[in-house]
Write a protein that binds this ligand. Structure first.
Ligand code: GTP
Ligand code: MG
Length: 197
């Protein structure tokens, strides 16, 4: 996939900020704080610093929209589950994400990132349930696969496949590493398939 144009469009803290003048298909990246959402976006568009990556969790506080090749919009969402976030911030996150996930018409695919090293948390399972309720199509991406063995990745994938066997919206489960990038083309194939208009 050749990326000739990748640019930051807007960071939304309210639904009024979501881009209104476009009907391009959107792909959103969601998941626990620090799971690797911003790194994954940089990996698939082959840019080092388009989305902001940080060793400190809870860095992405707003929904960031990026225009790609005047063809897609990739959406970097704020992470959930970061312990040091206040009740007020947590409520604001919930409300903003709910509006985005349930109401955004041009949202074609959600990439839900889960750390391949750990069992999915109750927050991960809750997010799968929320996407099912919103009738979304989503791919589970098992991140940081470079940190564990190939057999452990296969085991994690099987665990998630079993957990989602009755989930209508789960279109695929893809292990990923933003260090080796070896499944980048697989993810683009899923995005293209799901965004075909
Ligand atoms: P928030 O915006 O805080 O929710 O985090 P995020 O989900 O955007 O995570 P981010 O991409 O900022 O990555 C968090 C940390 O994990 C950084 O130190 C990254 O370098 C590291 N990281 C992300 N993806 C990978 C990966 O595939 N492999 C390895 N080894 N490290 C990764
Ligand atoms: Mg981030």
């Amino acid at each position: 996939m050749h990326i000739h144009d990748a640019q930051f469009l807007i960071g939304a803290t309210k639904s009024e900020h979501f881009p209104q003048s476009t009907t391009l298909p959107e792909v959103a990246f969601i998941g626990r704080s620090n799971v690797g959402k911003s790194s994954l976006i940089n990996s698939i568009v082959r840019r080092k610093n388009l989305a902001h990556v940080s060793a400190t969790p809870g860095k992405t506080q707003q929904i960031n929209f990026f225009g790609i090749n005047q063809q897609w919009i990739l959406v970097d969402c704020p992470g959930f589950g970061y312990a040091k976030v206040s009740q007020t911030e947590r409520a604001a996150w919930k409300s903003l994400m709910h509006q985005y996930l349930h109401e955004r018409k041009q949202l074609h695919l959600v990439c839900h990132l889960i750390d391949s090293r750990h069992d999915p948390s109750h927050l991960d399972m809750g997010m799968i349930e929320e996407m099912e309720m919103a009738s979304r199509r989503y791919v589970l991406i098992l991140t940081k696969k470079d940190k564990i063995s190939v057999s452990a990745v296969i085991e994690r994938k099987e665990q998630l496949a079993e957990a989602t066997q009755y989930c209508a919206g789960c279109v695929d489960i893809l292990p990923y590493s933003s260090v080796t990038n070896d499944t980048r083309d697989n993810l683009w194939a899923i995005i293209k398939r799901e965004c075909a208009l």
